[in-house]
Design a protein around this ligand. Structure first.
Ligand code: PMV
Length: 325
């Protein structure tokens, strides 16, 4: 059977950085995110006896099967469905891949949903989230709708994401600012392993439960100022862990730093905007919907800004009838 799914990328307000179980991808702490409306992956999967080996095409490029994470993920689904049938996978992102915009989150969420359906599995949202997590941790947060919490869990069945508010709950906007098209030099999965080597990692770990709780409280109150302050400080804390790991990880480029500094300046001038950054140079600017035009105007004046993607909160992964092949 052939199935196609669309999944959004997501932006973490409270970040996942460091794993307590490498194979199962159990995170050291819980995290909170929002699904992004304009950054999606569409994936079609077909299991069929006509395929003699798996074929995976990502953004029009055929993937090497040796060591392919997508094939490993198909194996998880095949095991669950009790089949050995080979598959063809075609997947497209509508936004830059490998620059820190979490294409692995939307990618593995879409692959999980499309492959599970194509294999004839009828799975709950929780079960899909658990499987997506094993492809890329943050992918588990791209299955449920809107504002999402990933419960860290202490085993595979208790580590999954669930919606805490639907997408229409709060119209805050993530203006993704692309400052360079270069791909990051250290993949996220390799970076994650270094987290524990930072002397500050245990300190971070000790207060993450409270941070998740506080973030949920501020979301419940829709207190934009306190929420913005919290998520900006959280992004900087995660990057402090990266900067002090051995070897150190520096994902920022001059453009990233310029936007960080400008964010503070714009705030002083009355434009209430906060930044957050993942593993890459591109930067997410969080504003209330009433300030989007003002922010866009500022960004359009900067010649080093390559692209701007205005995201609202979105629903999680879903199936569609239009296939890619
Ligand atoms: O899911 P991964 O392995 O791509 O890791 C995601 C890590 C961050 O994007 C930096 C943080 C997060 O929670 O999304």
């Amino acid at each position: 059977m052939k199935s196609t799914a669309v999944a959004p990328s997501n932006i973490a307000f409270i970040k996942y950085w460091g794993k307590k179980d490498e194979v199962l991808r159990l995170p050291e702490n819980g995290s909170i995110s929002m699904c992004l409306s304009e950054m999606t992956t569409t994936t079609t999967v077909e299991f069929s006896e006509k395929y003699k080996e798996d074929e995976v095409i990502i953004n029009n490029q055929k993937e090497e099967l040796e060591g392919s994470k997508a094939v490993k993920h198909l194996d998880l689904i095949r095991k669950r469905a009790g089949i050995t049938t080979k598959a063809k996978v075609v997947t497209n992102n509508n936004f830059p891949t490998g620059t820190g915009l979490s294409s692995s989150a939307s990618g593995f969420a879409a692959l999980t949903m499309a492959a599970a359906n194509a294999a004839g599995l009828k799975l709950s949202e929780k079960e899909l989230s658990i499987i997506a997590r094993q492809g890329s941790g943050s992918a588990c947060r791209s299955i449920p709708n809107g504002f999402v919490e990933w419960l860290d869990g202490d085993n595979s069945n208790t580590s999954y994401a669930q919606s805490i508010h639907p997408s229409e709950y709060w119209d805050i906007v993530d203006v993704v600012t692309v400052v360079s098209t270069g791909k990051k030099d250290v993949p996220t999965s390799a970076g994650q392993k270094l987290a524990v080597s930072s002397p500050f990692f245990q300190i971070r770990k000790s207060h993450m439960k409270n941070k998740v709780k506080l973030c949920k409280e501020l979301l419940a109150k829709k207190d934009f100022t306190k929420f913005g302050e919290l998520i900006e400080a959280e992004a900087l804390e995660m990057h402090a862990i990266m900067l002090t790991s051995t070897p150190s990880l520096i994902y920022w480029t001059p453009g990233t730093l310029q936007i960080m500094k400008l964010t503070k300046k714009w705030r002083q001038e009355g434009l209430e905007v906060y930044f957050t950054i993942n593993t890459g140079q591109d930067i997410h600017l969080i504003v209330q919907s009433t300030d989007v035009d003002k922010l866009q105007k500022e960004l359009k004046e900067l010649d080093f800004v390559k692209n701007i993607i205005v995201n609202h909160s979105a629903k999680g992964a879903y199936l569609i009838q239009k296939h890619l092949f």
